[in-house]
Write a protein that binds this ligand. Structure first.
Ligand code: FES
Ligand SMILES: [Fe+2]
Length: 401
């Protein structure tokens, strides 16, 4: 993030703190609870956003060297993503061109050859069919015609996008917009190293999981003994542009900025940036790394989803922090912080999300309310509704009898 922007955001947070104010959406909005339960809407979301749009599979650090690969089965088609022999990011349907068996079953690793376990046809990291046993028995095939089926893939700003539809095209100029394309270019996401990963299934709609990241009103209540130790609740910055938005949460360490000249202000010390990538990804850069949260709907149940929470490390920044502290290595501490963070989401936020899903399933409440201090919830639910051609929820001044 450019330093001038960091300074403006920190000034906004300090002004809110000093005045006892918060970001203000300008009113309230009602949200239909059916959005969390309706199977027809879930089908449309799946088709239009999870199969119909490129998906973020990870970060450049997931494929650190030529021959590195990862597999993904989240979007209805088995995907094999690789860094090929030339260092390019590639993605393929992970299905053998002989009779369709899954070629690579490991989650990630590094290989020069991907060999199908059925009859041992083998492919290189560029997807080319490079060998098949007994070709003189099998019959004449031109290997050129039977490489792995390629999917559109693009690596930009250290982010790995794949389109799960074999006919799909990737438009990151639209998906990231001018704003995120500019701002992401400043974070060094391409230098990150994968450190920890967590994954859990929760009995709530994927949008309820996203909702927990959309405000800090709950910090002093739900996270009274955890995040509230380091964050001010109910103080944040919020900006939006089309389908994009970014929140800045306020850390208690922001007070350090009051003692420093503006030239030394650092948004990752004063706050936690939270970027929302439509429709299901949250990126949170902090001092020595990035949290990446991806929420994946359950294809067969609108009331369930899987969250994948990965932590990526800026090794050079961690080493510098260790040197500043006079210790040899902070890797274990960073891993513990990451694990602790994902446990808070699982044990605090998603417990609430499940309880919200229970009440939504019972259809006892037609609508719930988003407050003026929860602008991100207004924005992304209306973004979802707009994208589906549904009527957006209007801003209202108050709720009265
Ligand atoms: S299905 Fe893969 S080698 Fe036969
Ligand atoms: Fe939370």
């Amino acid at each position: 993030m450019r330093h001038a922007v960091q300074v403006e955001l920190i000034k906004t947070l300090l002004a809110h703190l000093d005045a006892g104010t918060n970001v203000d959406a300008g009113g309230l909005r009602l949200n239909e609870t059916a959005t969390y339960t309706d199977p027809a809407q879930a089908d449309r979301e799946w088709d239009e956003w999870f199969v119909g749009l490129p998906q973020l599979l990870g970060m450049s650090g997931d494929l650190p060297e030529n021959g590195s690969f990862l597999t993904n089965n989240e979007f209805g088609i088995p995907i094999l993503a690789t860094r090929d022999q030339s260092g390019n990011f590639r993605a393929f349907v992970n299905a053998c061109r002989h009779r369709g068996a899954i070629v690579e079953s490991e989650a990630r690793g590094t290989k020069r050859r991907f060999t199908c376990p059925f009859h041992s046809w083998s492919y290189d990291p560029g997807g080319a069919l490079v060998g098949l046993p007994k070709p003189e028995h099998f019959g004449e095939v031109d290997k050129e015609c039977l490489g792995l089926r390629e999917l559109a893939a693009e690596e930009r700003h250290g982010l790995l996008f794949v389109h799960p539809d074999p006919g799909g095209e990737i438009d990151l100029d639209w998906l990231l917009g001018d704003w995120f394309n500019d701002e992401f270019s400043t974070w060094g996401f391409d230098k990150l190293e994968r450190l920890t990963a967590d994954e859990y299934e929760t009995a709530c709609n994927w949008k309820l999981a996203m909702d927990t990241f959309g405000e800090t009103y709950h910090f002093t209540s739900l996270h009274a003994n955890t995040l509230a130790n380091n964050f001010h609740g109910n103080v944040q910055c919020y900006d939006e542009d089309g389908h994009l938005h970014r929140m800045i949460l306020c850390k208690k360490a922001i007070d350090e900025m009051r003692r420093l000249p503006e030239t030394e202000w650092d948004i990752t010390v004063a706050g936690l940036p939270v970027y929302w990538l439509f429709p299901n990804v949250i990126l949170m850069p902090f001092e020595v790394g990035v949290f990446l949260v991806r929420v994946i709907p359950d294809r067969n149940d609108p009331g369930r989803h899987v969250s994948k929470i990965d932590f990526y490390l800026h090794r050079d920044k961690l080493d510098q922090a260790a040197a500043d502290m006079g210790v040899a290595d902070l890797t274990e501490m960073a891993a513990n912080i990451a694990t602790n963070f994902s446990e808070i989401i699982r044990d605090e936020d998603y417990v609430m999300s499940s309880s919200q899903q229970t009440s939504a399933n019972g259809a006892a409440l037609d609508q719930i309310v988003f407050g003026s201090n929860e602008p991100a919830l207004h924005h992304y639910h209306n973004t979802y509704r707009r994208m589906l051609g549904l009527e957006v929820s209007p801003l209202i001044d108050s709720i009265k009898a």
